[in-house]
Design a protein around this ligand. Structure first.
Ligand code: SF4
Length: 311
């Protein structure tokens, strides 16, 4: 299968124009060869996605963000871990997940391999696969791509990482992140609406719409407060929002204080208090002290201790 959009590649906001079909890796670190680092039923998403049988997560190698504290750094770094997969193998892998009984197909960091994913999703729908398809992303998406994503996806699960352009520049070398992500989120909400049903307990699984995630970072509470303000201004108090506390220093963050430490209880509580003061009605919060069950180690066959053994 030929995917001309890989050359010159302008699939993400980096717009680097790389000849990926010719074998060159873009800023995302990937050529036109589809690479997958891990896949399997994943119990570590919000309950409305993981349910009882898991979200059918497919973790792609590479990423266009390259945040230095990325918890998936082993696979998201340029030429990180992962194996090349043909279009036929990709299809069989998806069917395997569906046969395992997962509640949805969860494409994790999908944008730089979108042509492969778009073709797979079209084929699966032609084959009458009915479960929701989920676009699990950084928020750093090209606004002009959102309608193409929406034509194939049922659920958008974007991050809104940075409201502070200076912080975005420091972490991922692009100060445009806040404006790019906000515009992408606007378009996602316009295409799909808010997540429905919204059941924090996960008894009623999500079928369609947008849920936004924000990870509170150590030493950068102001970024979180501003991010919450912006989300409230843009989308109102009914926006489904997952406020995450799971930050853990990675090797690359060890020499970059304050990213070299965990989030404090006070920082996370201050972010939760602010979200509640803003009146967010569909807010998911996490306990601060968590096990490592869903902090990945992609050197292992099963990267997530909390998951059943998988591919
Ligand atoms: S997806 Fe990769 S190659 Fe394409 S524009 Fe983005 S960084 Fe460049």
């Amino acid at each position: 299968m030929d995917f001309p959009a890989y050359t010159p590649c302008r699939l993400c906001p980096r717009q680097c124009g790389t000849d990926r079909l010719g074998g060159a890796p873009g800023v995302c670190g990937e050529t036109a060869d589809l690479r997958i680092a891990s896949w399997g039923p994943h119990m570590g998403e919000e309950p409305c996605f993981s349910g009882t049988r898991g979200s059918g997560a497919i973790f792609f190698s590479g990423c266009s963000c390259h945040c230095f504290f990325c918890q998936n750094w082993q696979i998201s770094s340029p030429r990180g871990k992962g194996g090349t997969v043909s279009a036929g193998e990709f299809h069989r892998l998806a069917l395997n997940l569906i046969e395992m009984g997962v509640h949805n197909l969860n494409f994790v960091t999908p944008d730089h391999f979108w042509p492969h994913i778009e073709a797979l999703c079209a084929r699966l729908r032609d084959e009458d696969v009915q479960i929701p398809f989920l676009f699990n992303s950084s928020g750093y998406q090209l606004p002009s791509m959102i309608s193409r994503y929406a034509a194939r996806m049922d659920i958008f699960l974007p991050d809104f990482k940075f409201a502070d352009p200076v912080l975005a520049r420091l972490v991922m070398r692009d100060e445009r992140y806040p404006e790019i992500a906000l515009e992408a989120l606007r378009l996602m909400v316009a295409e799909k609406g808010f997540l429905e049903p919204f059941d924090p307990a996960g008894a009623d699984l999500a079928r369609r719409g947008v849920l936004v995630r924000h990870l509170v970072l150590p030493g950068h509470l102001e970024n979180s407060l501003r991010a919450l303000d912006l989300l409230r201004e843009e989308f109102g108090r009914w926006l489904p929002l997952s406020l995450m506390s799971q930050y853990k220093p990675t090797p690359a963050a060890q020499s970059r204080p304050p990213f070299d430490r965990h989030l404090s209880a006070g920082e996370y509580q201050a972010a939760v208090d602010h979200a509640q003061a803003l009146g967010f009605e569909n807010l998911l919060v996490q306990p601060l002290a968590q096990s490592d069950d869903f902090f990945p180690d992609f050197e292992k066959d099963n990267p997530f201790k909390g998951n059943p053994e998988a591919g």
